[in-house]
Write a protein that binds this ligand. Structure first.
Ligand SMILES: Nc1nc2c(ncn2[C@@H]2O[C@H](COP(=O)(O)OP(=O)(O)OP(=O)(O)O)[C@@H](O)[C@H]2O)c(=O)[nH]1
Ligand SMILES: [Mg+2]
Length: 324
């Protein structure tokens, strides 16, 4: 890449030298290739900074799954800057683009905080089959334990054959109790039991697994509404967190998932997994444009360290990071 586009990597900060930032930059490799590298190449070859350049950038944002509305918003901002003559060179365009992308994500940067007065604090994990709910529970358990919380897991996926076993393995790995009733049991009843058990054992946090379901399966969405009602019988604030787990690789379909699960349950948080396996990581911008739901965590791999709280600034920096 040309010298003038050399990133602000002069400013290697503590944030960009952490192991997590390295994982994040690695994990976002395919999305970076699709989004920022393509844009950098465009800027590099640009003869002039004009509307036609912005049109090319517009196409590239759309191709990277940023979505129509978010792309329009970013291009409107760049067009405005162009009119005010603040985009003097390619580096200025890129800096402005990064600033706009960061601003778009900022409202979604709200880390999960366990309220100690809600005991147990109940986290209900929901989402489409295979999106990473159970794995996220395993990683989250470790994270919460490291913060000093006592955790209990509820095996609320009573549908899939090996689901209870899978959660039990995570329980053993983290040495936390798992409350289960086995396959075919009533999910709401398992979670009710788990909250009661947590009370009896002085547990701080209950994380409840649920079976994967499509947002279009109304009967299965009704089952989740029931879980919510039943949990509220023990504590009217429970579940305190209803977290939808999304697979970044689903791209724009993630928007439909958020919409439908939110309408059914009132989501309080999102986790976006598998950013490492996809070029569609731009979907985070679309999600941020459409919903005011906090993105609590992002996942960039299968390892226990590969789930971290979502930080808008680190995300954008990693997306535009250039290896030395
Ligand atoms: N590469 C990668 N794989 C992930 C990530 N998160 C989860 N996975 C993998 O995705 C697969 C499905 O994960 P699960 O946790 O079983 O998904 P689930 O939502 O519980 O699935 P169901 O219970 O069938 O609905 C597993 O192989 C996980 O290891 C991630 O951030 N990156
Ligand atoms: Mg599962």
């Amino acid at each position: 890449m040309l010298k003038f586009l050399k990133r602000r990597q002069d400013s290697e900060t503590a944030e960009t030298t952490t192991p997590w930032f390295k994982r994040l930059t690695q994990g976002l490799g395919r999305t970076r290739h699709q989004l920022s590298e393509a844009i950098s190449r465009t800027l590099l070859g640009a003869k002039a900074i004009d509307e036609s350049l912005l049109e090319t950038i517009e196409t590239q944002l759309l191709q990277a799954d940023v979505g129509i509305e978010a792309t329009e918003r970013i291009i409107a901002s760049l067009t405005d800057r162009l009119a005010r003559k603040t985009l003097s060179d390619p580096a200025a365009v890129e800096a402005a683009l990064q600033a706009d992308l960061h601003q778009l994500l900022m409202p979604c940067e709200k880390p999960l905080e366990i309220n100690p007065t809600s005991k147990p604090y109940v986290i209900l994990m929901v989402g489409v089959n295979g999106n990473g709910k159970t794995t996220t529970i395993g990683k989250l358990t470790k994270r919460l334990q490291a913060q000093g919380h006592r955790v209990l897991l509820a095996a609320g996926d009573t549908f899939r054959a090996a689901a209870v076993e899978q959660l039990t393995v995570w329980g053993e790995r983290n040495q936390v109790p798992v409350i289960a009733q086995g396959q075919g049991a009533d999910c709401a009843s398992v979670i009710y039991d788990a909250i009661q058990a947590a009370r009896a054992r002085d547990i701080d946090v209950v994380i409840a697994d649920t079976a994967g379901r499509l947002h279009t399966q109304t009967n299965l969405m009704e089952e989740l509404k029931k879980v919510k009602r039943v949990a509220a019988k023990l504590d009217e604030q429970a579940p305190h967190e209803i977290m939808l787990v999304l697979d970044a690789g689903t791209g724009q379909n993630a928007l439909q998932q958020v919409k439908q699960f939110n309408e059914a349950l009132g989501l309080t948080g999102l986790t976006v997994t598998k950013l490492d396996g996809t070029a569609k990581g731009g979907v985070l911008f679309a999600i941020a444009q459409h919903f005011q739901i906090p993105i609590r965590f992002i996942g960039v791999g299968e390892g226990i360290e590969d789930l971290q709280p979502f930080e808008a600034k680190a995300f954008v920096r990693a997306l535009f990071w250039e290896e030395h």
